[in-house]
Ligand binder design. Structure first.
Ligand code: B1M
Length: 209
């Protein structure tokens, strides 16, 4: 019941209602991951469809995104698995020109909850910025998210930059986002996962965890 309410409130962009129903769902013992997938993401998927069909426009989608983020913030602390030793350090970013960050934040949350130290560079991160962060943090993993067919090209530039700077052999590159495919990942020398759960599984297998 709460899950339907969360999805409905998210679709309507009712930030306070999303927070309230998310808290109710937690209090009623629902699993955080279920609240994300069957409540928040269920609502966001409908918003995505309506946006695509021209039934919703950028301002409504932006409000729905705020509602999604508000729910995720409440759930974030609950996803942590207690005191786990670090499985590795990961630098994550949404690539240059791209402002979509909901999916990337979700991947970061799941990675953190599974024991990775995550440095989130935010959105619109240039190849230079990502490469500098990989160097600075001596990252084991670099994760890039893109939601636009135009911005995913920046992933290749970043991978090429990592190679030019002699960093590529020491860092595992992970990419994802709606327009990204496994073929594109292979083509540019990266590893692909379709969603946040598989992103963690991929990171574990790449790191031997
Ligand atoms: Co935008 N947008 N948007 N948008 N938006 C899409 C992506 C679009 C598909 C909508 C459509 O159908 N037309 C379309 C892209 C078309 C294309 O290029 N193929 C689009 C467009 C066109 C645009 C604008 C150009 C619109 C305009 O201004 N005219 C503009 C571009 C702005 C920019 O980035 N420069 C724009 C703007 C926006 C908002 C700002 C309004 C808002 C973003 C708010 C925010 O993120 N803070 C927004 C939103 C919300 C969407 C949709 C509706 C939903 C995206 C989302 O958050 N989904 C989206 C439609 C859609 O996807 N169906 C759309 C929920 C999220 C949990 O899923 O992000 O897919 P997702 O993440 C998943 C996986 O992809 C994966 O795991 C996540 C969790 O399971 N994943 C990874 C993601 N990153 C990963 C990284 C990994 C591994 C897995 O490893 C590193």
């Amino acid at each position: 019941m709460e899950l339907t309410r969360i999805a409905e409130a998210l679709k309507a962009g009712k930030v306070n209602d999303v927070k309230m129903y998310t808290e109710q769902a937690i209090n009623n013992g629902l699993e955080p991951k279920v609240i994300i997938s069957d409540g928040l993401m269920a609502g966001m998927n409908v918003v995505g469809e309506k946006f695509k069909n021209g039934e919703l426009f950028v301002p409504e989608v932006l409000i729905a995104s705020k509602a999604m983020n508000a729910g995720m913030e409440i759930l974030k602390p609950l996803l942590k698995e207690g005191d786990v030793t670090s499985k590795g350090k990961a630098v994550f970013a949404t690539v240059k020109g791209d402002l979509h960050d909901i999916g990337k934040k979700l991947v970061c949350m799941m990675m953190e909850s599974s024991g990775y130290e995550v440095v989130d560079l935010g959105v619109d991160a240039s190849p230079d910025k990502i490469i500098a962060a990989v160097k600075e943090h001596n990252a084991d993993i670099v994760g890039m998210s893109a939601m636009l067919t135009t911005t995913m090209l920046s992933m290749k530039k970043t991978v090429d930059g990592l190679k030019e700077n002699g960093l590529y052999d020491n860092v595992k590159v992970m990419i994802g986002g709606a327009p990204v495919t496994v073929n594109y990942a292979e083509e540019i020398g990266a590893n692909y996962s379709p969603d946040s759960t598989e992103a963690v599984e991929l990171a574990n297998s790449l790191m031997g965890n």
